[in-house]
Design a protein around this ligand. Structure first.
Ligand code: GLU
Length: 476
């Protein structure tokens, strides 16, 4: 019987969740969801200097914001707990002991200083450094000297290969591999070692990660062989390039930070949709719902060419979701952006949804939407002098006064009733509606563009609209 599908995302908590990590997490998550598998989150926190609780929180927050839920891992636990590598040191030590006893690994007493010197020498001679096996057969155990544990590469000819689900067959000669370090003197595993032990013990069947790990796969496969374990399948994901076509990196590209997009008013739906298209496609589909992602995702549709960051596409997708998600839903997400700009509205304030409806055709982000809404929430308005000179003439002020009187008397402040007043006033004066609406617009918004005039007045509310009309009338 084929074993149940189990995939994992194994971030190191040494910084925020970056786009590459989010994509790896997403692809693994979707693969598990599509094929009824289990998605595991494992924290590779063995870099003690660089791993921090803040980074861990940032990664979990990022995954939660994107709604990439894991089945086993931190905050969830599961049958293979603990899911933090620093809590699994006994396991790594035990397996090391077994490998040493079986002659497949050995203690190495070469100091870092010695290795550094030999590496420098190799570089000087223009050859790639490989550990020369100094301690392989060492019988004299130097007293009190710290040791690491090294993998013992079999001394045979041949090659190791695997059939990558994305890249196809990849092969490496044994002679290109060396006796790599598995465990440090303090019992902390190195990446290749901890990764294999955990992937096996956590019953992982498919390992998907970034292409930068292709070369690590070979020493990992050697370890599977040495332990007599069946390796998982592998799916290495293509690079992601920044807008400048350089490899997307935290150092060079601010857009690599998932949470920056949240702060910029991007919706998680849009970012997820954007991220899935970095290296994966389904025909020419651009707008892809979560249901479709789960229905369609497969590693066989991941390409080997790099995904390129296209900022316009992200904004386009974001506006698509701003326009198509239920306005009440978007309203809830707009509120914090208004609060950030000093306007805290109650969650059930009807104006929030009105702002969404009024601005979603023009705003590409929640930040832009909040910026557009802000003038409607403040007291008073600064008139654009050019617009005022053109539209607030003596003639138009007379019309403005009529509008002011009639709307002040309206029993309900609805868009239809407000529009009807503009219509009546313009008909009575025998002018087009624009001749009335535009002075009103300039008077209440300060300039010549805004949503429909009834909508604009409604957004302002009666009190503020009248106040602004009065201020404009007082100019004459
Ligand atoms: N901790 C490794 C990383 O963050 C995991 C690589 C893997 O998935 O094997 O790059």
């Amino acid at each position: 019987m084929a074993s149940a599908l189990r995939v994992r995302f194994a971030p190191s908590p040494t910084g925020y969740l970056h786009i590459g990590g989010a994509r790896t997490a997403l692809f693994n998550y979707l693969y598990a969801r599509r094929f009824g598998g289990t998605f595991i989150l494992r924290i590779e926190d063995t870099d003690l200097e660089r791993s921090t609780p803040e980074s861990l929180k940032a990664i979990l927050d990022g995954l939660k914001w994107l709604d990439i839920g894991w089945d086993e891992g931190p905050e969830k636990e599961g049958p293979h707990a603990p899911y933090f590598q620093t809590q699994r040191l006994d396991t790594y030590r035990d397996h090391c002991d077994q490998l040493i006893a079986a002659g497949k690994a050995y203690r190495c007493y070469c100091t870092q200083e010695e290795i550094r010197e030999r590496r420098a020498q190799a570089e000087k001679e223009g050859r790639a450094y490989k550990y020369e096996g100094t301690c392989r057969e060492r019988k004299d155990v130097p007293e009190g000297r710290p040791s690491v544990v090294r993998f013992k590469m079999p001394s045979v000819e041949g090659s190791v290969s695997f059939d990558d689900l994305v890249l196809g067959k990849i092969t490496k000669e044994y002679s290109d591999l060396d006796d790599w370090v598995m465990l440090r003197g303090d019992g902390i595993p190195l990446y290749n070692y901890g990764c294999v032990i955990d992937d096996h013990l956590m019953d992982i069947t498919v390992v998907s990660r970034g292409q930068e790990h292709v070369n690590s796969t070979f020493p990992q496969l050697m370890l599977y062989q040495a332990l007599g374990w069946e390796p998982p399948r592998f799916a290495h994901l293509p690079l992601i390039l920044g807008p400048d076509r350089e490899k997307l990196s935290k150092r060079k590209h601010k857009e690599a930070d998932v949470m920056l997009h949240k702060a910029n008013g991007i919706l998680p739906e849009a970012l997820l949709n954007f991220v899935i298209r970095l290296g994966w496609s389904h025909g020419n589909e651009e707008v892809i719902s979560r249901e479709q992602m789960i229905e369609w995702f497969d590693f066989k549709d991941v390409g080997s060419t790099s995904g390129v960051w296209n900022p316009d596409k992200l904004l386009w997708l974001n506006q698509h979701y701003l326009k198509t998600l239920p306005p009440s839903d978007v309203a809830g997400r707009l509120a914090p952006f208004l609060a950030q700009q000093g306007q805290t509205l109650a969650p059930d304030d009807v104006r929030l949804e009105r702002f969404v409806l009024a601005f979603r055709e023009r705003a590409k982000t929640l930040v832009e939407m909040a910026t557009m809404a802000l003038p409607y929430l403040k007291q008073g308005v600064t008139l654009d002098e050019k617009a005022a000179a053109k539209h607030l003439t003596a003639d138009s002020l007379a019309l403005l006064r009529q509008v002011r009187e009639e709307i002040a008397a309206l029993p309900d402040w609805s868009v239809a009733a407000l529009d009807a007043v503009i219509k009546t006033v313009s008909e009575r004066a025998g002018v087009g509606m624009g001749k009335v609406a535009q002075p009103v617009r300039v008077a209440v918004t300060g300039n010549t563009t805004s949503p429909g005039i009834g909508e604009t007045l409604q957004l302002l509310g009666k009190e503020e609209a009248l106040r602004r009309l009065d201020a404009a009338l007082a100019r004459s």
